[in-house]
Design a protein around this ligand. Sequence first.
Ligand SMILES: Nc1ncnc2c1ncn2[C@@H]1O[C@H](COP(=O)(O)OP(=O)(O)OP(=O)(O)O)[C@@H](O)[C@H]1O
Length: 419
Amino acid sequence: MPAPIARPSPGHHPAKAPLRGDTFRHAPARPAAPATAAGSAVSATDSGIRFDRVTVTHGRTTALDSLDLTVEPGEVMALLGPSGSGKTTALRAVAGFVRPTSGRVLIGGHDVTDLPPYKRGIGMVVQQYALFPHMKVAENVAFGLKAQRAPRAEIPGRVAEALDMVGMAGYADRHPRELSGGQQQRVAIARALAIRPRVLLLDEPLSALDAQLRSDMLAELARLHRELPHVSLLYVTHDQVEALTLADRIAVLESARLRECGTPHQLYRSPRTAFTASFVGTANLLPVTVRADGVEFAGRHLTVPTGDATPGATATLCVRPHLLGLGTAPDPQGNTLRGTVTEVQWRGATHRLHLTVDGHRLMADLRELRETPPLGTELTLHFAPQDAALIPADIQPAAPAGTPANTPTDPADGGPRHA
Ligand SMILES: Nc1ncnc2c1ncn2[C@@H]1O[C@H](COP(=O)(O)OP(=O)(O)OP(=O)(O)O)[C@@H](O)[C@H]1O
């Protein structure tokens, strides 16, 4: 049964709805007819996206290199990666705005590579709202429906339905300039939803908003997706918090290539590459040698799970800064490191200490540090064996001390929700 999309109640009129721009509205949980985007060649009951070895080149630049990735029906997939890694290119290939140099794009199992954008049954939201300034909110939302040649009589009801879903029912007669940034983005989302897409593409939709609004909108997007559980979401971001919060799975891109794909929990707790470890969360990456019952780091033994790593092999040990504690380990199995403080950053809930441990750089996020240790202080830190993840060194070498940390925004103190 396809997901119902909220329908306005009989007599509902957007102009008479109460003004509400702060929260999306819960859709009533009642069934509706299967959604059909008029003019779309992709049936509204089809969902899911498949990149089948998709390569996109622009002259000598490879923007996307042989991407193989499946987004399941109803799944939220975040494309996470640094600037220029190919995220937007992947999204635009699904939308039909970029043609793959090779490979195929499938939506709902149908090959859409040769279809124009308006026949793909997709909704798209981009960073800068992209509303037509001369059109009122209702006209903006109706735009996609008209482009798809939806029956004229249906359009007002569907516009009202979409605005209602994003809590903007009372704003139909305003112009975009009369709305805040957050409200404009809600209208942009309503416009994307109005065609009842089975695939919703979001390209950094929150990055123009301030931090508080971004956090609120993130929660509302999650709720909206719960109300439309059969719609697949492809969500481009370089913000790990957005990816960790919203996504069922995260695909990490680097230099046009897919580095790793997994659940937020997998990527955070057991990254397979040092790049993922440092991009999804903040990581201490230590060069180690695998031993029978742990690893050797800078001449000392550390007890950590080694899985099927071969004794004698070099590897990288990932320890999250917030999982380091001050002092010797309370547990006899715990590991101890001794380092010299080189920098202290007060971050409100925590102090971030930068230390060198036998020439290797380390960060520790410590709570309740009563006194700020002076630079040069020698400190002992500990971590539990199960709080470290071993990364095979042949995938990516560890960053040596002195290189800039690849630490984008931190997840909430104490780690991400999924961890
Ligand atoms: N039309 C184009 N012509 C030439 N090069 C392009 C074009 N579009 C993208 N590129 C290049 O392809 C690469 C990937 O670009 P893309 O926009 O997909 O990256 P991104 O990960 O979305 O980056 P950002 O986070 O900065 O938006 C970049 O090196 C970019 O310069």
